[in-house]
Design a binder for this molecule. Structure first.
Ligand code: THU
Length: 163
């Protein structure tokens, strides 16, 4: 038996001003995108913004449905839009933020499990890491340099292949 462990490296920035200009721009875009959420049921508006390797920025937000499971998270709305609009172009960064029933939050949120799985597949498809910039509308911002780090032991297409 061998005991081991997994570490998840990430950086904490005290505020938006401390980020690189490009990352701050992405987070600003994500904040704007919260205003486009359709979240009448949860009243939790999530905004995402992604940068592609060709420099394009796309934004998205959560889109809910009266049949709750039909709703889609902001991350997957945005990744799907990127893949459909710019097929074959890798995603390099994603900023994520939210507004809840109390208003704008000052703590980061991070992608749900399904979105982590989706992010992992985008990284695998393009052979590039996706940097995650996670924050509220104020407070600390977390920077994770590889989305897959949030999903250790991820299920992947490798397992679907016949030996
Ligand atoms: N949501 C996201 O858009 N992204 C996440 O990572 C977590 C949750 C959405 C789904 C649902 O519309 C609402 O937030 C409450 O869960």
């Amino acid at each position: 038996m061998k005991q081991t462990h997994i570490n998840i490296p990430f950086q904490i920035f005290p505020d938006l001003k401390s980020l690189d200009a490009a990352d701050a721009q992405l987070m600003e875009a994500a904040r704007v995108a919260t205003g486009h959420a359709y979240a009448p049921y949860s009243k939790f508006s999530v905004g995402a913004a992604i940068r592609l390797e060709n420099g394009s920025i796309l934004t998205g937000s959560n889109q809910e449905n009266a049949s709750f499971p039909a709703g889609i998270c902001a991350e997957r709305v945005t990744l799907s839009a990127a893949s459909a609009t710019f097929p074959g172009i890798a995603v390099t960064s994603m900023a994520l933020t939210y507004i809840n029933v109390s208003g704008t939050g000052n703590r980061p949120i991070s992608p749900c499990g399904i979105c982590r799985q989706t992010l992992a597949e985008y990284e695998q498809r393009f052979g590039r890491s996706i940097r995650l910039i996670l924050g509220g509308f104020s407070g600390e911002i977390f920077l994770i340099s590889r989305a897959t780090d949030l999903l250790p032991f991820a299920f992947s297409s490798q397992e679907l292949k016949q030996l």
